[in-house]
Design a protein around this ligand. Structure first.
Ligand SMILES: [Zn+2]
Length: 335
């Protein structure tokens, strides 16, 4: 039986340092959004309270919303709406551990919350209304606090085993590299080189100023500073290696870069393309494995739009099935 699809959704995009909350239409347009720093260190109870208050503020101004979608940094389990000790979520009491965020937030808002990994939400949004429209094999790399990866394979969101989200940002590129400690506890993960935060942390010691951010280093490179230019050259080489590895596993026709550090793509994208072309030179006969590399045009709204998309999918499937599920704020598997 066809389900009635709601016209608007409340959507969240929760990251390691900030949260965006917005109202998104059923055609993927953001009507209103609020962004705030989120103090993960205060612990989960305080963060859930902050998320609920922000959402309630929007719900008061936009009546009749019955569905909530949330994109969040992972790892997480979309089927149970549970955060699984997110890599970049650490409070003074220690790491967050297992957190049933969809249920906790759903109980406060009294609405069902569908949880999705933020990078998965972003690739769904790109496929829905963004750069990957018409590309059924596409991948997104979100370059911010961490390196999120979302993969669309033959038109379906790709899951790893056990219903989990593939954490391809933690592919180890240089085992044992002490210059690249990762939030996951290992050394040399792709994320430890390629996220904006880790890029700055890793190359900062080469400069006299220990307070430089990724943005500052990008400005230095644009001004011609040779150390900054060398840092971005190295960055493009590691990025090309990472995308090569993703290309041989997932064969995306397009790779979309997004997140705050994608704003520095003028300093690495051209060189990444050239290096990637060289790395994949022998894999272009017959099926061409060289993906298009593009920058997202969704202006950091991909997480919000993707959050609305998964809430819309849940509505189309008619989930949750009964009032006990609504009370639990439960979400089910997104195919
Ligand atoms: Zn890692």
């Amino acid at each position: 039986m066809a389900q009635k699809v709601p016209q608007r959704f409340l959507a969240y995009d929760l990251g390691g340092t900030k949260v965006a909350v917005g109202i998104v239409t059923a055609s993927g347009k953001v009507l209103e959004e609020v962004r705030e720093p989120v103090v993960i260190e205060k612990g989960k109870a305080a963060v859930v309270r902050q998320l609920a208050e922000l959402g309630q503020g929007l719900l008061k101004r936009h009546r009749g919303i019955r569905r909530v979608g949330m994109a969040s940094a992972g790892p997480l389990d979309p089927a149970t709406g549970m955060l699984l000790d997110p890599t970049n979520f650490t409070s003074i009491q220690g790491s967050w551990g297992k957190t049933p965020i969809a249920r906790l937030l759903g109980a406060k808002l009294r609405l069902p919350v569908t949880l999705e990994n933020d990078a998965a939400a972003a690739i769904l949004a790109e496929h829905w209304v963004g750069a990957a429209r018409g590309y059924d094999n596409a991948m997104i790399l979100t370059l911010g606090t961490g390196l999120g990866t979302g993969i669309l394979c033959n038109g379906e969101l790709l899951r790893a085993g056990q219903g989990l989200h593939p954490e391809a940002g933690h592919l180890i590129l240089r085992a044992g590299d002490e210059s690249a400690p990762c939030g996951c506890g290992n050394l040399g993960c792709a994320e430890a080189f390629l996220s904006g935060r880790n890029f700055a942390r890793r190359v900062r010691p080469r400069f006299a100023d220990p307070t430089l951010t990724a943005k500052d280093i990008a400005e230095l490179a644009r001004g011609g500073d040779p150390r900054a230019l060398a840092a971005f050259d190295e960055y493009s080489s590691i990025m090309a290696t990472a995308i090569h590895n993703y290309a041989v596993i997932y064969a995306p026709e397009m790779v979309v870069l997004t997140g705050s550090f994608a704003a520095a793509s003028d300093l690495f994208l051209k060189s990444t393309r050239e290096r990637l072309k060289a790395l994949l030179a022998r894999r272009r006969v017959g099926v061409d494995l060289l993906p298009k590399l593009v920058i997202s045009k969704l202006d950091n709204q991909a997480g919000l739009i993707g959050g609305a998309f998964v809430a819309r999918q849940a509505a189309l499937r008619g989930e949750p099935k009964d009032s006990r599920d609504v009370k639990a704020g439960n979400s089910r598997r997104v195919r």
